[in-house]
Design a protein around this ligand. Structure first.
Ligand SMILES: [Zn+2]
Length: 307
């Protein structure tokens, strides 16, 4: 079965200030890396606009309205030290959500084995009650809830290999045993959460990694901890918060992962999905701030998902 690539035409609609690491150029780098000439076997779809009112299945009531209120009529407004909203950011965020929901539909209906969504802004730092860390809406959390609500999934696993801890996703599912949230991340690093003793209702698995660590520590974290926990959980769907900022070139972090590490990890997760849930994976782009690191990481990820 095929792999679906869901692309976002309006990724430029979310504007950030000059010099901000989370910028539209990231998605241009991915477009080049996933050119149809290089990946002829991928099914491709443009993301439709998603229903932003669904955000309130994971965020507080009034959350989207509050974002609309701080959104400027033109230009860019600052939400916190590094999180910004522009006049058309909610169009981009809505389409990022539409991508995730379209990917979920295609995977759930068996049209494809798995899917990757190349979208921005990212989502995993957005908590129940506040946007942060470049993130406005926690897209992957909404997709997880929709997998339960629309497709009857009893257990959904979210594996987060972005170099930063997904504090928002952890916050949203902290006391929910129907969602496994497992993360590797550099520690100490923004946002500061993700210690191994943050375990929620037994459904939160954090494996912090030390600065400068690379392949051996990454393989150990997955082989010894996260993959066994994933197997024991017996998920109906596996969602990936796919960040590529653990790449050795990334300017915002100091891990030492290489493209073949993203390949190894993706193949292990795909094998797990095939044995546990019919291969069903929906992968959503989170971070990745070095142009080459992002492009090569995403290409390795898609090769492993689709080959
Ligand atoms: Zn990140």
């Amino acid at each position: 079965m095929a792999t679906l690539l869901v692309s976002q035409r309006n990724y430029d609609d979310h504007r950030t200030p000059a010099g901000h690491p989370e910028r539209a150029e990231r998605l241009r780098a991915i477009e080049e890396a996933l050119d149809p000439a290089l990946f002829p076997g991928l099914l491709r779809k443009d993301a439709p606009f998603g229903d932003l009112t669904l955000a309130e299945i994971v965020h507080d009531p009034g959350y989207v309205q509050a974002l609309s209120t701080v959104r400027p009529a033109e230009g860019i407004a600052r939400i916190d030290e590094d999180t910004f909203i522009s006049s058309t950011s909610l169009d981009a965020a809505g389409t990022a959500l539409g991508a995730g929901l379209a990917a979920l539909d295609a995977v759930a209906l068996g049209e494809v084995e798995n899917a990757f969504c190349a979208v921005r802004p990212p989502g995993h730092h957005a908590e129940r009650a506040r946007p942060m860390g470049f993130c406005l809406i926690n897209t992957i959390a909404i997709v997880a809830r929709e997998a339960q609500r629309k497709y009857g999934a009893e257990r959904v696993a979210i594996i987060d290999f972005d170099v930063h801890h997904g504090n928002g996703t952890q916050d949203i599912f902290y006391d929910d045993p129907t969602v496994l949230y497992a993360s590797t991340h550099q520690m100490p690093l923004f946002p500061g959460t993700g210690a191994a003793d943050e375990t929620g209702a037994g459904n939160i698995v954090n494996v912090p990694l030390p600065s400068r660590s690379g392949k051996a520590e990454m393989m150990g974290a997955y082989s010894e901890t996260i993959l066994p926990r994933l197997a024991a959980f017996r998920p109906d769907f596996i969602l990936l918060s796919a960040g590529f900022d653990a790449d050795y070139r990334d300017p915002l972090a100091q891990l030492n992962w290489h493209p073949d590490d993203f390949s190894w990890l993706t193949l292990k997760l795909r094998e797990a999905a095939q044995s546990l849930c019919g291969g069903r994976i929906v992968s959503m782009l989170e971070g990745g701030y070095d142009r080459q690191g992002l492009a090569t990481g995403v290409a390795a990820h898609l090769t492993a998902l689709s080959s």
